[in-house]
Design a protein around this ligand. Structure first.
Ligand code: HEC
Length: 136
């Protein structure tokens, strides 16, 4: 007599399929760095490569209360960009990519604790990002 072949087989196949599909499903993956974190990383690297030799300490230091008060003369991120792209680094003024200058500015603002959260600094918003000491 013809027996019906394993009635449970379709169920098993479906389960196997569900498992296989599940592999590609949402999983706990390491979060990609935010756009701001990426810009700051580029800024840090660029700073170390092109600026730190002169600006890490002494009269030219760019981080802290007194330097920040000097940096306010540029008024905004765009103002600082305009200065850096014609003046820094002294051996090669304007020689870096725009992207690197903006990243440097983001890095300098972040080090001085005045970078607004979540922004990526650039041509589009540079004029709206003020350089002034934090607080009232
Ligand atoms: C070879 C040394 C040297 C390097 C490298 C250098 N700088 Fe400078 N930087 C100076 C000197 C010297 C001054 C002061 C210039 C002046 O007052 O005319 C200065 C001034 C500045 C100022 C103005 C500070 C103020 O108080 O107004 C900023 C901002 C600045 N540099 C940023 C940078 C950045 C960003 C880099 C990297 C791209 C860089 N510098 C690379 C020597 C250097």
């Amino acid at each position: 007599m013809a027996r019906k072949a394993a009635p449970w087989l379709p169920t098993v196949l479906l389960l196997a399929l569900a498992l296989a599909l599940g592999q590609g499903g949402p999983q706990a993956q390491p979060k990609a760095p935010s756009p701001q974190a990426q810009q700051l990383e580029l800024g840090k690297q660029t700073y170390q490569k092109h600026c730190a030799s002169c600006h890490d300490q002494g009269a030219l230091v760019l981080v802290g209360k007194d330097p920040l008060n000097r940096l306010t003369r540029y008024r905004t991120a765009k103002g600082l960009f305009d200065y850096l792209t014609i003046a820094m680094p002294p051996t090669n003024p304007g020689g870096l990519k725009d992207e690197e200058y903006w990243a440097l500015i983001a890095f300098i603002l972040a080090e001085n604790k005045i970078l607004p959260p979540d922004v990526v600094v650039g041509q589009g918003n540079g004029a709206q990002i003020p350089i002034r000491p934090p607080g009232p």
